[in-house]
Design a protein around this ligand. Structure first.
Ligand SMILES: [Zn+2]
Length: 111
């Protein structure tokens, strides 16, 4: 009977350690999980690059126009810009009318 009790306590301990490591693993995932997301709007456009500010956190970035041109995708056209964790479309509303369209493409290619 004492042996059984010992076995049960060892088993319980094993279960506890297991669930603890699962919790630790889950916590680790949670730390990594929230992908940084920004909703950028254009601050200024110059010859070579475009400066954006995030509406949510105020983060500013400078991105070469050559990189923005690569982000252009016909699938974004006639849709509102999305946060950066969804796609690159928030970099593309250069005309700042909250819709991606030919006007934005014109800004990108004619300056
Ligand atoms: Zn942000």
């Amino acid at each position: 009977m004492k042996k059984l009790k010992n076995l049960i306590s060892v088993l319980l301990l094993a279960i506890m350690v297991c669930s603890l490591s699962i919790f630790a693993y889950a916590a680790e995932i949670n730390i990594d999980e929230p992908k940084e997301s920004h909703k950028y709007t254009v601050v200024s456009i110059n010859e070579n690059d475009i400066t954006y500010i995030c509406d949510d956190c105020g983060d500013t970035v400078n991105i070469p126009k050559s990189e923005i041109i690569v982000m252009w995708n016909i699938a974004y056209v006639n849709k509102p810009p999305q946060p950066t964790d969804v796609d690159d479309s928030s970099y593309l509303d250069l005309h700042k009318d909250n819709i991606i369209n030919a006007k934005d493409y014109a800004v990108l290619t004619h300056m």
